[in-house]
Each structure stands twice: as C-alpha cells, then as structure tokens.
Write a new protein. Structure first.
Length: 144
C-alpha cells in the first residue's frame, strides 16, 4: 500500500491518499530540507510539487511537476505543454493528475503532494467538484 499527504502551498495538510500505487538544484536544497522537515515528519517519502501555468497569448498551457527527496534534491522534473482547458481549475487538476501519473511511472509512489490550489486539494480529498464540469478529471486523478 502506498500513501501520500496532500498540502496546499501554505503547508496546510488537507488530504492523505492511500493506495496510489496503481496509478499509471532549482532552489537551495538546505532551505528545501528545512521546509520538508517542518511540514512532514516522514523520513522516507518524496515531496512532489505540481502546478499549472497559463500564457495569455497562447492556446497552450504548461504543467509542471518536481519530485524531491527528503534532502531537497531534485529526483525528477517534468514540464509539459498541453492545449488550454476551458477552466483554470481544470488546469490545476490536470497538473495534479500528471503528478500522480509521474510518481507512478518513476516509482516514487510514497510521495507527499503539494499544489497551490486549495479548491483542487479539497476536491481530491472528496469535498467539492465531483459533480462539476471537471468531475471526470477529478475522478481520473483519484482513481487512475
């Protein structure tokens, strides 16, 4: 069984995911280690940050994922351009989904996930968006 703790950007813990194992040098490592240690009391897990970025003059958006070890060292990073979804919340959900898929593909299932959209994090926890226009992305992220 795998586990993950979900945090929003301010460090507030919002979710623990169980059994995600079935899911198909940027900053100073010392500073990251301190943040990692104060937010998470886990010795043997990875920290996975994800985010989406919109570009005003483009029909494309960017997805970004970074996986770090407990020392703050980058183990894997991904950036990907995709077609712009109709809603910002869809972009953030797609970034979370890509993070879940990446940790599965690379073997870092024991990850603590962190994103900056509180709406998305709460929805992944099961409170909101299930019956919205992006509910299918939410379900795909949680049950992939």
């Amino acid at each position: 069984m795998s586990w993950a703790a979900m945090h929003v950007g301010n460090g507030k813990k919002l979710i623990k995911l169980h059994s995600i194992s079935k899911c198909p040098g940027l900053l100073d490592p010392n500073r990251l280690k301190k943040q990692f240690d104060t937010r998470n009391k886990f010795e043997h897990c990875f920290k996975t940050n994800y985010d989406g970025a919109m570009f005003d003059e483009s029909d494309e958006v960017g997805l970004g994922v970074v996986v770090r070890n407990s020392e703050g060292q980058v183990l894997v990073a991904l950036s990907e351009k995709i077609k712009k979804p109709p809603l910002v919340v869809a972009l953030e959900l797609l970034a979370a989904r890509r993070a879940a898929v990446l940790v599965s593909e690379t073997g870092f299932q024991q990850s603590c996930f962190e994103g900056d959209s509180e709406v998305v994090v709460k929805s992944l926890r099961g409170s909101g968006l299930e019956k919205s226009a992006v509910g299918h992305i939410l379900k795909d992220t949680v049950y992939c």
